[in-house]
Structures are given as structure tokens and as C-alpha cells.
Design a protein around this ligand. Structure first.
Ligand code: ADP
Ligand code: ASP
Ligand code: MG
Length: 430
């Protein structure tokens, strides 16, 4: 008997109808002879609504109580899903992250999974149950406090359980048919990929393609767990994310490996802000003390750019991007250390967006960078920051320019599909 882990995102369980629909799918998987573990997210936009609510009682909610609040969303959906499955005549038991053995560090709001001890899940399965686990949450190893894994963290719960239970596959059910060459909400002509490598998926995810969370892909790569991203609203095959190319059967050529694309896709992200530290003395140790301050505040940075210093003043500016949600914390930390670091002022800009082109073929195909910048220039998009890796080029632009820029780059690299428009089945895209 195979063991499958299925994860259903918030848009798939947005209301009672959605929960009943998903329950039927889960029961099908069980009837096909599998042991089934289900990871479920909070219904619809529940997590966002809880965050808004917290903001109404406290200006900067964070930490322990915030996690306690947010995990309530997944508790609601796990219990309802178990009830709906029982109503279909099958046994199901729901478990919180803590009960399922998801052990994390104690960094509230973005904890890392450090161990998974799914003893209770195994017992529930052995007794013939479908096990339903609340995604996005765990319990800290030292303080035994409830933690959350960061937005979109249910994906990580699913892969971590799949690894711990030695599952054959981790299926991620969402509101689109798979991983596309761009967000189908922005590019109607985006194409669904049959397969994408862990490496390219990792870059897309960390560049903002929220269809999968980058930590989840990281985890899957480390434990070599194939992920199948697909829609809970259709019966279509989705996208396989794995180390080895997928083998497909075609009538003409028999079995064939899906080829690695030169360019996998275009990602965008409007969840970041830019901080510019103005008037930093251009001498060794300055950047170090700025970024030590940020690191001590447990904030993750994305891009970093240092401008050339003006010879007359010996001062320079350093800009970096970070999640908007960390903006206040970063500004406060830098202000507190202003004298130690030595800078004139800080500038904060949250009207930025990032566009990234991703593909392993970039390494060996000259001209990709030039075509990327030409596409942006033809679309009249001004570039503020640039960063590259071996298989990715990213630029920061005005947030308003992002949709147009994504479409322009998508077309320029021949990624537009000539068939059906990409379907978005549900969700608000929030
Ligand atoms: P869930 O609620 O199932 O976790 P998410 O909203 O987190 O769903 O992720 C699915 C969404 O990811 C899609 O609705 C789509 O708008 C967005 N998305 C961004 N980039 C991509 C991409 N390259 N392929 C598919 N979906 C993408
Ligand atoms: N409910 C959480 C969120 O909205 C976790 C998840 O959906 O993966 O971020
Ligand atoms: Mg998600």
C-alpha cells in the first residue's frame, strides 16, 4: 500500500462546499488503496483576516500570541475536513502541528522545522484512518510554544511530513493547474509546465512565485521528495517538481524525457520594500555593521546594492530590499544603532516590485541578459536595482510597472502559449 501526502491550500477549502469537494477527493485516494495524510491550510483568506484583526488591537502584533492566533485558522479547517470525510463513511482524525510531531526552533512567525516525529500519525494510519494535519504550525523544541512557519508554510509542513513518513509523493493541491511560466493571474498566456527541476523551482519560489514556498522546495530537494502541484478543482495532471526529468509516453515516439527548458519562467514579487541608508562613510566595516544590525533583528534581506561614493564627501548610499512586513523592525533597529554605524538618514520605499527571469539554460546561452533588458526598455520600464545568480536575473522597478513588465518579458522569451488561456479556479490572490 502506498502512502501519499496531499496538501490543500486555503482557496481549495474556502467554504463548506470546498471542504466537501476536497473530502471526496481524499476519499478517492484512500479507495485507490493508499494510506492518506492530508495537510490543510486555513479556509480562504482566514489568515489575512486574523492578521488584520490583530492589527486592530495592537499596532505591531508579533511573537508568541500572534502565532497562537494564526494557528486557529488551520484548526478550524482540519476539524471540518475530518467531519466531512466521516460524513462520507470513512474514518478520519485531525491533528494540530504539535500533535503531528512538527518540532521547530523558537523563532516566532517564521520558525524552521528541525524535526518531525509523526508517531501519532503512523498510529492513526495503521488504525485505518485518514490523518488530517493542520499546516503552517509546529511546537518549539525548547519552550514548547506554538509556532508558525511563515506565510504559505503549509507547503513546508506537507513536504516535511512526506519526508518523515517516506511518502511516495507529496501532492500540492491549489487553485491553478500547476506551475506556469508566470503567474496566471497576471499573464493569461502563461503555459503550464509538465516538469520543472528543483533548482529552477527554488529560484522561482524565492523570487515570488507563491504557488510553492521556497522552504518547501528546499526541503523536498534535500530529501528528494517529488512534488506534484495540481488543481483541486480539475482532474488534470499538474506539474512535477523533482530532480530527474519526468518520463512521458507519447504515441509517436514512445517514452521520452521532458526536456529542461532554457528559460523556466518569469516571477514577480510586490511584497518587498527598499531601505536606503544615506550618507554611509566609505570605509571598511560600515556594511558589516549595517547588516549585523539587521541580522541581529532576525530579518532576512534580499538584494543589496552599494552606490559608488562621491569622491568629495567620501560618503556612499547602501540600498537593500526586505519583506514589507519587516520594514518597521529594520528601520527601528537601524535608528537605534545610528551613532554606532554612522549614517545620515534612512529612506523607506514600499512602492517597489521585483521581476525575475529564471532558467538553468541561462548559464550556457549568451544574450539572455541583453534580451531581458531590451524587453523592459521596450515596455518603458525603469530599473532601480539589479541582481543576478547563475540561473536568475532580477530587477527592482516601480510596483505599478510590474504587470506590464512581466508580460513583456514573458512574450520576449517566447513563453506565451498559443492555446487556451490559463485558468484560475478560485482564490482572491491575496
Ligand atoms: P494555496 O491557497 O493553494 O496555497 P496560493 O495562493 O498560495 O494557493 O498559490 C497559488 C497561486 O500562486 C495561484 O493562484 C497563482 O496566482 C500564484 N502563482 C504565482 N506564480 C505562479 C506560477 N508560476 N504558476 C502558478 N501559480 C502561480
Ligand atoms: N494559512 C497560512 C497562510 O495563509 C499558511 C498557508 O496557507 O500555507 O499563510
Ligand atoms: Mg500557498
Amino acid at each position: 500500500m502506498g502512502l501519499v501526502v496531499q496538501k490543500y491550500g486555503g482557496s481549495s477549502v474556502a467554504d463548506a462546499e470546498g471542504i466537501k469537494r476536497v473530502a471526496k477527493r481524499i476519499v478517492e485516494a484512500k479507495k485507490n488503496g493508499n494510506q492518506v495524510v492530508v495537510v490543510v491550510s486555513a479556509m480562504g483568506d482566514t489568515t489575512d483576516e486574523l492578521i488584520d484583526l490583530a492589527g486592530q488591537v495592537s499596532p505591531m502584533p508579533a511573537g508568541r500570541e500572534f502565532d497562537m492566533l494564526l494557528t486557529a485558522g488551520e484548526r478550524i479547517s482540519m476539524a471540518l475536513l475530518a467531519m466531512a470525510i466521516k460524513n462520507l463513511g470513512h474514518e478520519a482524525q485531525s491533528f494540530t502541528g504539535s500533535q503531528a510531531g512538527v518540532i521547530t526552533d523558537s523563532v516566532h512567525n517564521k520558525a524552521r522545522i528541525i524535526d518531525v516525529t509523526p508517531g501519532r500519525i503512523r498510529t492513526a494510519l495503521d488504525e485505518g484512518n485518514i490523518a488530517i494535519v493542520a499546516g503552517f504550525q509546529g511546537v518549539s523544541q525548547d519552550k514548547k510554544d506554538i509556532t508558525t512557519l511563515g506565510r504559505g508554510g503549509s507547503d513546508t509542513t506537507a513536504v516535511a511530513l512526506a519526508a518523515a513518513l517516506d511518502a511516495e509523493v507529496c501532492e500540492i493541491y491549489t487553485d491553478v493547474d500547476g506551475v506556469f511560466t508566470a503567474d496566471p493571474r497576471v499573464v493569461k498566456k502563461a503555459r503550464k509546465m509538465d516538469w520543472i527541476s528543483f533548482e529552477d523551482m527554488l529560484e522561482l519560489a524565492s523570487s515570488g512565485s507563491k504557488v510553492l514556498l521556497h522552504r518547501c522546495v528546499e526541503y523536498a530537494r534535500r530529501y528528494n521528495i517529488p512534488i506534484h502541484v495540481r488543481s483541486s478543482f480539475s482532474g488534470l495532471q499538474g506539474t512535477w517538481v523533482s530532480s530527474e526529468p519526468l518520463v512521458q509516453k507519447t504515441q509517436q515516439q514512445g517514452e521520452q524525457k521532458v526536456e529542461q527548458a532554457i528559460i523556466s519562467g518569469v516571477a514577480h514579487d510586490t511584497s518587498e520594500a527598499k531601505i536606503t541608508v544615506v550618507g554611509v562613510p566609505d570605509k571598511p566595516g560600515e556594511a558589516a555593521s549595517i547588516f549585523r544590525t539587521i541580522a541581529d533583528a532576525e530579518i532576512n534581506l534580499d538584494m543589496v546594492v552599494q552606490n559608488v561614493s562621491a569622491a568629495s564627501t567620501g560618503l556612499t548610499d547602501i540600498s537593500f530590499t526586505l519583506p514589507k512586513t519587516e520594514g518597521r523592525k529594520a528601520i527601528d533597529a537601524l535608528e537605534r544603532n545610528k551613532h554606532g554605524i554612522g549614517f545620515d538618514s534612512l529612506r523607506y520605499d514600499d512602492q517597489i516590485g521585483k521581476i525575475s527571469l529564471v532558467g538553468a539554460g541561462m548559464k550556457t546561452n549568451p544574450g539572455v541578459t541583453a534580451s531581458f533588458f531590451e524587453a523592459l526598455s521596450d515596455a518603458g520600464v525603469n530599473i532601480e536595482l539589479i541582481s543576478t545568480s547563475e540561473i536568475r536575473i532580477s530587477v527592482v522597478t516601480r510596483a505599478d510597472d510590474v504587470p506590464e513588465a512581466v508580460r513583456a518579458v514573458h512574450t520576449a522569451f517566447g513563453l506565451d502559449s498559443d492555446s487556451d488561456e490559463a485558468v484560475v479556479y478560485g482564490g482572491t490572490g491575496r
